[in-house]
Design a protein around this ligand. Structure first.
Ligand SMILES: [Zn+2]
Length: 78
């Protein structure tokens, strides 16, 4: 049985096998086109998007550190 996929760039049928180096793309050209589109979309994102993604992580780490610093005191008191 042969698995085929559609090339994301040109929708051509691509046989899914190890020799299909650029799968799911039909060719290196289509792979580069798709990578170029991804890079262009990332460049279009406003810089604020990165800050919004990083802030929750920083808050979580601070909360965990606060919990860790409080925890030993409670253990020593009891
Ligand atoms: Zn293609």
């Amino acid at each position: 049985m042969t698995t085929t996929v559609n090339c994301p760039s040109c929708k051509a049928h691509v046989v899914w096998k190890t020799s299909s180096t650029f799968r799911p793309f039909c060719s290196k050209r289509c792979q580069l086109i798709d990578l170029g589109q991804w890079a262009a979309e990332e460049n279009r994102l406003p810089s604020g998007a990165n800050i919004n993604e990083q802030n929750p992580i920083n808050i979580d780490i601070e909360d965990i550190e606060a919990l860790l610093s409080e925890q030993p005191d409670d253990f020593f008191k009891s």
